[in-house]
Design a binder for this molecule. Structure first.
Ligand code: FMN
Length: 388
């Protein structure tokens, strides 16, 4: 069913990351800078560790783009791991000059042990290199291409951080465009300056204690026509597709759409959104948007709103107990360079995943082998809706 097919490859300290996406129509203006801005945003954020200072990600298109425009063929992207130069003795694809010291102490909260057991690898680096959230750079690249496609049909996607540990934003009554602007200007992607100060205090205190923090981000998509997704089959429901996409991000443990879990605690009259009609604009509207823009797995024309809850970073300076997989002796888990809090970065990855899902849903409904064709199809549908 999926109209947009994509895959990522690459290890955290390997030579490069690779991302391939197929299904973007021909004729979309696309520059490396369009991708690099999102790659840079993913790397920033208050509370990040040392790696972010080593890497400055830059994308290279190796297929599917010519003269600054997409060709309609698969788009292949490559991002160099600049740190690889320091890892060739351990990460080279060719036989290693000397056996690398195996990493035998699995870190709790990571894929290390489960992956080692599953793949029969006793050097757990073989697992953690791929399980690392470094992979999210590739998703961010595919998200940026999807974002460029969505902008051609009037859809904008942005995210903001709503909580870090116990520090949460207050109710935001400002226009979505203001949330977007404030979030972009904040190094915690937070649209509430007072809450941002509390979040930073929490991160500082937690770092000092050798501990880590998680949090919640919200992704908002404006400009979606009613009718993306479908009610007719479980795997076509857009809410389900968004939930899977967000849940698949490393360390995301919960997803909400609209009022989410809060809807289960109050009465129906406080949850559902009344329907109104704007005669001048020829469109149905909602005074509230507690459904998060989705009813029956279909967009209803209001902004799509979803949230991802990130667990605290698992790599702790105050290490948890673990067991050496070779000797079976108890150890304190190995400490690899790590972030204290990466919710702001995760919010950029959340944006990317929502962009990918929405681009797929737009292509599913409107098709198009060229951007001109897709845009024409969307415009015709908008006319149809106005005449409904
Ligand atoms: C943007 C981002 C950055 C992350 N940075 C780190 C990090 O520096 N150290 C770490 O231990 N985990 C980090 N993680 C989380 C791990 O990748 C995650 O704990 C691991 O994949 C296991 O989580 P899971 O069981 O939810 O897959 C990060 C996650 C994201 C989304």
């Amino acid at each position: 069913m999926s109209r947009l097919r994509w895959v990522t490859a690459g290890e955290s300290h390997g030579p490069r990351l690779t991302a391939v996406v197929e299904g973007i129509p021909a004729g979309l203006a696309l520059l490396a800078e369009d991708v690099d801005v999102d790659l840079a945003r993913r790397q920033r954020g208050y509370g990040r560790g040392g790696r972010m200072k080593i890497e400055t990600d830059r994308v290279e298109f190796t297929a599917g783009v010519r003269g600054g425009e997409t060709l309609g063929s698969p788009i292949a992207m490559s991002i160099a791991n600049r740190d690889y130069a320091n890892w060739t003795d351990r990460m080279s694809p060719a036989p290693l000059p000397a056996p690398a010291e195996p990493l035998t102490r699995p870190r709790p909260g990571h894929a290390d042990l489960a992956g080692g057991l599953k793949h029969d690898r006793h050097d757990l680096r073989d697992i953690l290199e791929r399980a690392s959230a470094r992979e999210t750079a590739s998703r961010t690249a595919i998200g940026a291409v999807s974002r460029k496609f969505l902008s051609a049909v009037g859809i904008d996607v942005f995210a903001h951080v709503v909580s870090v540990g116990p520090a949460s934003i207050g109710p935001l009554t400002v226009h979505p465009s203001e949330i977007r602007a404030r979030s972009r200007a904040s190094d915690l992607a937070c649209a509430d300056p007072e809450a941002e100060a509390r979040m930073k205090d929490a991160i500082r205190e937690t770092a000092h204690a050798g501990d880590t923090l998680g949090g919640v981000f919200e992704v908002i998509a404006t400009g979606c026509v009613p009718g993306l997704g479908s009610h007719v089959q479980w795997d076509r429901k857009l809410d389900g597709r968004l939930a899977q996409a967000l849940m698949s991000i490393q360390a995301i443990k919960g997803v909400e759409i609209g009022a989410g879990f809060g809807a289960a605690r109050v009465r129906g009259s406080e949850v559902h959104d009344a329907i109104a009609y704007d005669v001048g604009a020829h469109r149905f509207t909602r005074p509230t948007n507690r459904a998060g823009g989705l009813e029956g797995g279909i967009t209803n024309g209001e902004p799509v709103v979803c949230r991802g809850a990130m667990k605290p970073i698992a790599t702790l300076k105050r290490a948890l107990g673990s067991v050496d997989v070779t000797t079976k002796e108890a150890y304190e888990a190995a400490f690899e360079r790590s972030d204290v809090c990466a919710v702001a970065a995760a919010s950029v990855v959340g944006e990317a995943m929502v962009c990918i899902v929405l681009a797929d849903a737009v292509l599913e409904k409107f098709g198009g082998d060229s951007i001109r064709e897709t845009v024409r199809n969307v415009d015709a549908y908008r006319h149809q809706l106005a005449e409904y």
